[in-house]
Design a protein. Structure first.
Length: 131
């Protein structure tokens, strides 16, 4: 029987389906259907022994469990967060900032002209008119 890797005591669902953690939903569905055809009792030849039948049943159950988790975006995100550690990504380079240049005088703008002045707003609620 094929031994599957585990992550924190839980089966590695990506390994069960033979996929990378960055697999698309379409790739997950294709891998699941492939395993389903290979291990489902209705789509394969009769088993040669009881042990062979049990092995196919276990692999089918693992594939169904992996698909149930990875096909649902919410369950997949939870699984990824809790059981599948992601590699440490390199730090994002920060863009170089332009040096700060204070305005030459209060009220002036870099483009010239007067600065914008905002005064308090006055709002009159609409009146009710009789129809």
């Amino acid at each position: 029987m094929e031994v599957q890797r585990t992550v924190g005591g839980f089966p590695d669902y990506y390994s069960v389906l033979g996929l990378d953690p960055q697999a698309s939903p379409g790739a997950i569905a294709r891998a699941y259907r492939s395993l389903l055809r290979r291990h489902h009792p209705d789509t394969r030849h009769p088993p040669e022994s009881v042990e062979d039948a049990n092995q196919h049943a276990v692999l089918l159950q693992r594939a169904m469990e992996a698909h149930a988790v990875l096909a649902d975006p919410i369950r997949r995100a939870r699984y990824d967060r809790e059981h599948h550690p992601h590699p440490v990504l390199p730090p994002i380079p920060q863009p170089s900032a332009a040096p700060f240049r204070p305005a030459s005088s209060p009220g002036s703008r870099p483009g010239g002209g007067e600065s914008l002045s905002v005064s308090p707003l006055r709002w009159d609620p609409p009146t009710r008119r009789s129809i």
